[in-house]
Design a protein. Sequence first.
Length: 297
Amino acid sequence: MSFSAAVKTELCRVPMQRGCCTRAEAYGALLHASAFSYRQIRLSTEHPAVARRLQALLQRAFFLSCAPVQVGRKLQISLSEPAQIGRIFDALGYDRKSHVTYHLNRNVLEDDHCLAAFLRGAFLMAGSVAGPDKKSHLEIKSTRQSLSGEETSLLLELGLSPKLARRSNAYLLYFKDGASVERLLTCIGAPHAAMELMEAKVEKNMRNTINRQVNCETANLVKAADASARQVAAIRAVLDTRGEEAFPAHLRETVRLRLAYPTDSLAELARRFDPPLSKPGLSHRLKKIIEFASKED
C-alpha cells in the first residue's frame, strides 16, 4: 500500500459525528468528482475504503442509497436520476440548470471544523502525498482553476499557504515544505500519518548530523595522520644522515616520543611527556623539528 493510500485509509476512519461536517466532507469530494453536473454525478476511486466512505457520506448527508460498482480497476458511484441529483444540489445551494457554476458555496462551511472536513473530502478524491522516504510533497488536483483558488483561500484561513501550478489540463494546489504537509494532514484527520512524517524527518536530521560528525572526525584523523607522517619522515631524514645528536637537546625527547608513537594524536603524545606538555607547546616543538630538518636538507 502506498503512503497516500495509507493516509486515505486513516482519513476514512474519522467519525462522522456532526451533520454539517459530514455534508462539508461530501461537498469536498463532489467538487472533485469525475463528473458533477445537473445531468450526472460520478465518483471514482481505486481505494475500497474511500468508496465505502463516499457511500456513507452520501447516505448521511443527503439520505441517498447508492452502492459502488466495479468499473475496470475503479469503484464507481454514479447518480443520474434527477431526483437524486436535485437533492444534492438543493442541499449545497446550487441551481439545477445547465448554466450552473462550480464556485464554492461558503454557506455550506459553517466553521473551521467544516473547512477541515471539506478539505478531507477533497483529498480523498483528488489528493496525494509523498511518503517519509521521499521529499515532502502534498497536492490536491482539480480540473477547474477557480476551485483551486477558492480552496487556497480556505487553507489560508487555516494558517496554511499553498502554491498553485498548472499541469496539462489540471490545476495543482500543493505544499513542498514538511511542516505544512504535517499540519494539513493533522488538520484533516490523519495525525498518525503526520507523526510518521515527523519521525522520519527527525531520524533523517539525526542521521545527517551523525554523518557530518563522522566525516569531520575522519577528516581530522586523516589530517593528524598526514602531519605525523611528515614529522616522522623529517626526523628519519636527519637521523639517517647525522643521528639524534644533530637535533637541539630540547627537541630530542620530542623526536624519540614521536618515533615511538607515530599514530598518537597531538593530545595523546603531549600526555606522554614528563611532565606532560600542552598541545600548543608540543605543536611548537614539532614545527621546530620540521624547520630544523628542512634546513639540514
